[in-house]
Structures are given as C-alpha cells and as structure tokens.
Design a protein around this ligand. Structure first.
Ligand SMILES: [Zn+2]
Length: 59
C-alpha cells in the first residue's frame, strides 16, 4: 500500500473522475482515482466518504 503518496487524500481532497461516477438510483458514487476510497455525493454537491461495511473496508 502506497498510502504516503496520497497526501491530498489525507486532507479530504480526493480526486474525482467525473467520467466514472455511477448513479445507483439514490446516490452518485465514485472511487477516488488516487486512493480508491468510495465517495458519495451529498445534496449540495459535496463528496463524502461512503458508509461502508467491514467487508468493503478492506477492498
Ligand atoms: Zn483519495
């Protein structure tokens, strides 16, 4: 794991690839292009970390 290369992510500045945003009918979901963290879009346009289960946390 090269977590040290993801400094912007540590400050919540994840890289959103808009072309990869998925819409599951309720949420817009994307994975950070740097760290792979699952993000969901809130009303108002801010991205936040998805609430994920233990099984997904290791992915
Ligand atoms: Zn990230």
């Amino acid at each position: 794991m090269a977590l040290l290369g993801r400094v912007p992510c540590l400050f919540g500045r994840h890289l959103i690839n808009r072309r990869k945003v998925r819409d599951n009918g309720a949420l817009r979901i994307v994975h950070c292009a740097h760290c792979g963290l699952a993000l969901e879009k809130e009303e108002g346009g801010h991205w936040r970390r998805r609430h994920i289960g233990p099984a997904d946390a290791m992915a």
